[in-house]
Ligand binder design. Structure first.
Ligand code: UD1
Ligand code: MG
Length: 515
């Protein structure tokens, strides 16, 4: 079929359709660099709440379930395309705008993907992340209810700087949008502005795009000019004014990004408070969009929750914590200053202060992990404790085991990682090194200071220790040699005991333990 006949045929079909059953398409503009960000990174890839800006408008669109969505990419096209595809929208395609000649030019680049499409097209900019699905729905509903050709959202800002101004005719109808740089003094004083959300019938849109001219202050093809072109052609133009302008604010600079971050943060915290979560300092809680928190959980100051972090009911996070993709069961107590990444913490467990749970950590119920403990790919059974200064990596520990202070799993030999397996009810003495691969059977005891290099049988005591000896009178002789100096330092132990002088008597402790 010839392109022209395809279009004509579509219009014929359109006439027979009721307005409400028209297909829905969308174009999202995401090709610009974002000069005002002063960044080498494309603007829509800058993050808000830990997610690229572009994710947000796509998520809002997704709720309307459009039949096709075209994302216009340009700067860092591959990375932007990857973000777009990650949204998983039905009928998503990307169009390349290799050189950025303005928002109108960008929509033109999407036009081939709309050939033959007879429905309504929502057009939005990728730099307005806080828009809600409900607002897009309101725009679409009004457009369809009034059977308009072109409908746009508008908003009022006391300080309209940076936005295109909405110009209305004597009858109050929108007649055009004027960009700030092209506006007269009188037009600049207009406080009704263009947030950049439009709904246009596709058969109306495509010819308007073809008529755009770049005869303006920026030498660009402005999408906003389709409004004046449509008005001149007698198309029906409608507008919907939003009473929540903050939601539609565009992000053009780092300062605007920071304001959006604060707004998003505050909204999320409010939502959780309404659902029964206490924030001791709501202003310093940072929550990503996928985060879940159960009721009666208390979040202390300066807590960042990212990714798919899920926190159960009745937990307590004392404060200053960084959690990414962490899962906390009910009743967990995360004491001050912990980092938890891709790790799971079982019910009633207590972690921290100052603990670091790295990916692959799984703590069973009632586990205690204390200060300066680092875990990685570590499974700790119910009731097991590792309370002080310990590294547990690539290991599995049974229930009710106690890991003494300073225990290290030596999991890396410079070439490969090896596993340590420790049974149930094991007592691991302080300063134990477990040289992996190695196993410790149930109910074993490991004496403090032991280096475990072979499997420890269940129920056995393992001890590897240099003999303890005493050099009697050593301190007095040392002080005498130093001419009386060092008296003041009697509370400190000598850094390195000197070898016993020839002829001095050394004695071994009368009873050796652990043999
Ligand atoms: C635009 C509007 C302005 C409106 C404001 C709302 C125009 C001409 N102006 O201005 O009326 O008040 O948004 O926030 O439309 N983009 C491309 N290709 C391009 C140029 C831009 O894809 O060639 C994309 C950008 O990546 C961005 C979006 O379009 O996501 C908007 O571009 P931006 O330069 O931010 O336009 P504003 O100056 O904010
Ligand atoms: Mg903008």
């Amino acid at each position: 079929m010839l392109p022209g006949t395809a279009c004509a045929a579509s219009r014929g079909v359109l006439d027979s359709l009721s307005v409400a059953s028209r297909e829905l398409g969308a174009v999202v503009l995401a090709a610009g660099l974002g000069t005002r960000m002063k960044s080498a990174t494309a603007k829509v890839l800058h993050t808000l709440g830990g997610q690229p800006l572009l994710r947000y408008p796509l998520a809002a669109l997704g709720a309307l379930d459009p039949d096709r969505v075209i994302v216009v990419v340009g700067h860092q096209a591959d990375a932007v395309r990857a973000v777009a595809e990650h949204a998983g929208l039905r009928g998503l395609a990307t169009a390349l705008q290799a050189e950025q000649h303005g928002t109108g030019h960008a929509v033109r680049c999407a036009a081939p993907a709309l050939a033959g499409f007879a429905g309504d097209v929502l057009i939005l900019y990728g730099d307005a992340p806080l828009v809600r699905a409900g607002t897009l729905r309101r725009l679409l509903d009004h457009h369809r209810a009034t059977d308009a050709d072109l409908t746009l959202l508008t908003m009022r800002f006391r300080d309209p700087r940076g936005y295109g101004r909405i110009v209305r005719d004597g009858g109050g109808r929108v007649s055009r949008i004027v960009e700030e740089r092209d506006a007269s003094e009188a037009e600049r004083a207009i406080t009704e502005v263009n947030p950049g959300f439009y709904c246009v019938r596709a058969p109306v849109l495509l010819p308007l795009l073809a008529q755009l001219r770049a005869d303006n202050a920026q030498g660009e093809y402005y999408l906003t000019d389709i409004v004046e072109l449509a008005a001149r052609r007698g198309h029906a133009i409608e507008s919907v004014e939003t009473d929540r302008p903050d939601e539609l604010a565009g992000i053009n600079s780092r300062a605007e990004l920071a304001r959006a971050e604060e707004q998003l943060r505050a909204e999320r915290v409010e939502r959780f408070m309404a659902a029964g979560v206490t924030f001791e300092d709501p202003a310093t809680a940072y929550l990503g969009p996928q985060v879940e928190i159960g009721p009666d959980t208390v979040i202390g100051p300066n807590v960042t929750l990212r990714g798919a972090t899920r926190i159960g009911r009745g937990c307590r996070l004392d404060g200053t914590a960084w959690l990414t993709d962490a899962v906390l069961a009910d009743g967990v107590h995360l004491r001050f200053a912990c980092v938890v990444e891709e790790a799971e913490i079982g019910p009633e467990a207590i972690v921290g202060p100052f603990a670091r749970l790295r990916p692959g950590t799984r703590l069973g119920a009632r586990v205690h992990v204390g200060n300066f403990v680092e875990t990685k790919k570590a499974l700790l059974g119910e009731g097991t404790k590792a309370n002080h200064l310990t590294y547990l990596g690539d290991c599995e520990i049974g229930p009710e085991t106690n890991v003494g202070a300073g225990t290290i799993t030596c999991n890396y030999d410079g070439f490969a990682k090896h596993r340590t397996k420790i049974g149930a009810r094991v007592q691991i003495g302080s300063d134990t090194q477990l040289v992996a691969p190695v196993e410790v059977g149930d109910d074993a005891y490991i004496a403090a200071g032991t280096t475990v290099t072979r499997p420890v049988p269940a129920g056995a005591l393992a001890v590897s220790r240099a003999d303890l000896r005493f050099v009697e009178g050593w301190t007095a002789r040392k002080r005498a040699r130093a001419g009386g100096k060092g008296q003041a330092a009697t509370a400190e132990s000598p850094a390195q005991p000197a070898p016993a002088p020839a002829g001095t008597r050394t004695s071994a402790p009368s009873r050796r333990r652990g043999r």
